[in-house]
Design a protein around this ligand. Structure first.
Ligand SMILES: Cc1cc2nc3c(=O)[nH]c(=O)nc-3n(C[C@H](O)[C@H](O)[C@H](O)COP(=O)(O)OP(=O)(O)OC[C@H]3O[C@@H](n4cnc5c(N)ncnc54)[C@H](O)[C@@H]3O)c2cc1C
Length: 308
């Protein structure tokens, strides 16, 4: 892992830096590159604006590691409202949640009940709930909660990270029960015994895992490739064509503000594409992870600072 990436990922956990950064107008301007606004209405409006280009969306409220039941309950209530708004506006929009935002660190049974309730409500709304994946020490708990909820509600999918050495086993167990996975490369700082330190190894692991997902993909068990790596996506697409997969059996998900032209071009060429739109005031750790993915992005922050 590069030194810049390591330093940025460390910085993403600093509450002091978060305080300093959030108060500055240049920082709020820089973050707008990756999110349409802090409020949910901006995110819903962005989702509506993408729909005519046949780009679906996934909404996620920023926040993680809440420490009280009360906070976690408010997050669940917030998502109830988001699902109602998706239905009211008839948007082609899914929802993605972080389990530490829904109280995983506070009470696992309570968190499971919240996920079950949101998955049931998402299904009743005609949409789908996704579970993000966080640092590696949360993976066991995340997959246990996913399995418990999935046993009663099929409209739920979970993210897996290609950089983790354990992922081939996790993927096999999820595909074995008919589950849907969103495969990403992985965004956190992890030790080498847990995650591949070299990007080339992560990229190779991603394609190997993607092939297994494509072999399992059907319209009832759609598989998702969450990446902006266009060369990798070309290989995924070739493999999907060779398998004669039906449209809807696999999708590409990308983040708002990244590879926007490619999102449009893929959608125009018949690939199912969704854009993950984040919003909220607790954007600092998430935003610094976006900088760490491409340390060249730091120049945007510096430019915003200079022009402020
Ligand atoms: C839909 C979606 C959901 C995700 N959910 C999770 C999750 O739950 N858990 C998790 O750990 N990670 C998650 N991630 C982040 C993921 O793990 C990677 O950190 C991130 O996607 C960068 O890797 P990449 O696959 O785009 O490939 P890379 O090889 O890193 O990037 C490929 C190309 O994409 C462009 N690019 C990539 N990132 C950026 C950026 N930040 N700014 C500008 N250009 C960029 C560059 O042109 C780069 O050359 C998610 C990503 C996506 C797209």
């Amino acid at each position: 892992m590069s030194i810049a990436r390591t330093l940025l990922l460390r910085a993403s956990r600093s509450t002091w830096l978060e305080e300093q950064f959030r108060r500055r107008s240049f920082a709020r301007r820089a973050v707008r590159r990756f999110m349409p606004g802090e409020d949910v209405t901006s995110a819903l409006d962005a989702a509506a604006a993408l729909a005519p280009a046949r780009i679906g969306s996934v909404l996620t409220a920023l926040g993680e590691r809440v420490t009280t039941r009360d906070e976690a309950d408010k997050v669940r209530e917030h998502y109830d409202g988001v699902l109602d708004a998706i239905r009211a506006r008839a948007l082609p929009t899914h929802v993605s949640v972080k389990l530490t935002h829904l109280g995983l660190d506070v009470d696992r049974a309570f968190c499971t009940a919240s996920v079950q309730q949101l998955a049931d409500r998402a299904a009743a709304t005609g949409t789908m709930l996704w579970i993000d994946i966080e640092e590696s020490h949360y993976v066991d708990a995340t997959l246990e909660i996913y399995r418990a909820v999935r046993a009663r509600q099929a409209r739920i999918g979970v993210c897996l990270q290609a950089y983790l050495r354990r992922t081939p086993k996790d993927l096999a167990s999820i595909l074995g029960v008919g589950g849907s996975v969103r495969l990403v490369k992985g965004a956190y700082a992890e030790p080498p015994e847990i995650a591949f330190p070299r990007k080339a190894d992560t990229d190779a692991a991603y394609f190997a895992l993607a092939q297994r997902m494509l072999e399992a993909a059907t319209s009832n068990q759609p598989q998702v490739f969450g990446t902006h790596d266009l060369a990798l996506l070309d290989r995924v697409r070739d493999r999907a064509s060779a398998l004669h997969l039906a449209k809807g059996a696999w999708e590409v998900h990308m983040l708002y503000g990244i590879q926007s032209a490619a999102q449009r071009s893929l959608a125009a060429n018949g690939v199912s594409v969704r854009c993950l739109i984040s919003y909220g005031t607790r954007w600092f750790p998430w935003y610094v992870r976006r900088l760490a993915e491409r340390p060249a992005n730091v120049w945007f922050v510096l430019r915003s600072m200079v022009s402020s």
